[in-house]
Structure formats: structure tokens, C-alpha cells
Write a protein that binds this ligand. Structure first.
Ligand code: IMP
Ligand code: MG
Length: 178
């Protein structure tokens, strides 16, 4: 049984705000990458699924979608900083434009881990990072995304792909517990 109820959530970003911001991010990415060259989106499972699929709808270049899975939380509410690779299977990305798509950057440990692996073993032409939420204050390593939707305080948030003990990813808004 979950000890938290959806009814107790305070809304941080509504579905409308999320949609608007996702479109704005896609516009920026379209402008930077151009509409001609292919772009490989790397969706970091499981949290980024909603954001990644939503973002992809508004991208204008030919898009490939790849999915990798890492875990740093387990079921805890604070990042362990200990990133676990669950599935990093990717095609050849050499000389491709690549965009890592994250739901949230918290300590930055996951992103640092991913950037290191991608640069070292895949040698993409261009590698950028987009995250929907940016918990700037919680950073433990020196990593900043190229694009982000919103900077948020160091609160535990759920919805739009983000979970609490595996649940609440399906909420169309983003909320937090007080
Ligand atoms: P980091 O390695 O500490 O930057 O954490 C990255 C991952 O932890 C994210 O991709 C999320 O999946 C998860 N995470 C961080 N903060 C939250 C939160 O507030 N709610 C839900 N998941 C979170
Ligand atoms: Mg994530």
C-alpha cells in the first residue's frame, strides 16, 4: 500500500503549462539542430517516457528514438548517487546528432554517468541534453543541461513520468507532497 495519496498532492505545473513548455523546448531544439539532419533521441527509462514522447511530437527533423534504462533511486526518495546501468543497448551513434532526454536532473550523477559512457563508447557528432525539470540546488556534480523546462526547488515531485514508489507516473500534471 502506498502511504501517499494523489488527493494530497499540491500541483506544481498543470497539464497546460507542461504542454506549453514542452512545445517551447521543441522549438528551441528545432532551431538549434535544424530540420534537415537526423536526430537520435535517447529516452532515459522509466521517468522520461512521457516527456520524450511528447517532445518528439513537436520535433521537425527526422527523429530516431532509442531507450536506455538506468536506476539511481531504487524506491528511495533521495538519489543514491550510485547509478546502476540496467540496459544501455544502443545502435551505432558515431557521427550522429544525439539528444539525451531526461525527466529531471537532481544530483546530476545519472547525467554525468550517461554523458561519459556516450562520449567514450559512441562518439556522436553532437551530444546535447534536455531535461524537463532542473533541481539546480541539489547538484552534487558539475553538470548542466543544454535545455531545460523549469528550475524547481529541492522537492520530491511526481507525475508526467516521475514516480513515487513506481506509481503516479501517469499523472498529466506535476505535483509534490507537502
Ligand atoms: P540524479 O542522478 O540525482 O540527477 O537523479 C536522476 C533521476 O532520479 C531522475 O532521472 C529521476 O528518475 C529521479 N528523480 C530525481 N528527483 C526526483 C523527484 O523529485 N521525483 C521523482 N524522481 C526523481
Ligand atoms: Mg530520469
Amino acid at each position: 500500500m502506498l502511504d501517499r495519496k494523489i488527493e494530497d498532492l499540491k500541483i506544481l505545473f498543470t497539464q497546460e503549462q507542461i504542454e506549453q513548455k514542452t512545445k517551447e523546448l521543441a522549438d528551441e531544439i528545432n532551431k538549434d539542430f535544424g530540420t534537415k539532419n537526423e536526430l537520435v533521441l535517447i529516452c532515459v527509462l522509466k521517468g522520461s517516457t512521457m516527456f520524450c514522447c511528447n517532445l518528439a511530437k513537436y520535433l521537425k527533423m527526422p527523429v530516431e528514438m532509442e531507450f536506455i534504462r538506468v536506476s539511481s533511486y531504487g524506491n528511495a526518495k533521495t538519489s543514491s548517487g550510485n547509478v546502476q546501468a540496467i540496459d544501455l543497448t544502443l545502435p551505432n551513434l558515431e557521427d550522429k546528432n544525439v539528444l539525451i532526454v531526461e525527466d529531471i536532473i537532481d544530483t546530476g550523477c545519472t547525467m554525468e554517468f550517461l554523458i561519459n559512457i556516450l562520449c567514450r563508447t559512441h562518439k556522436p557528432k553532437k551530444l546535447k541534453v534536455v531535461t524537463f525539470l532542473n533541481k539546480k540546488m541539489a547538484r552534487k556534480v558539475d553538470i548542466e543541461p543544454d535545455y531545460y523546462g523549469f528550475v524547481i526547488d529541492d522537492k520530491f515531485v511526481v507525475g508526467y513520468g516521475l514516480d513515487y514508489e513506481g506509481y503516479m507516473r501517469n499523472l498529466p500534471y506535476i505535483g509534490y507532497f507537502e
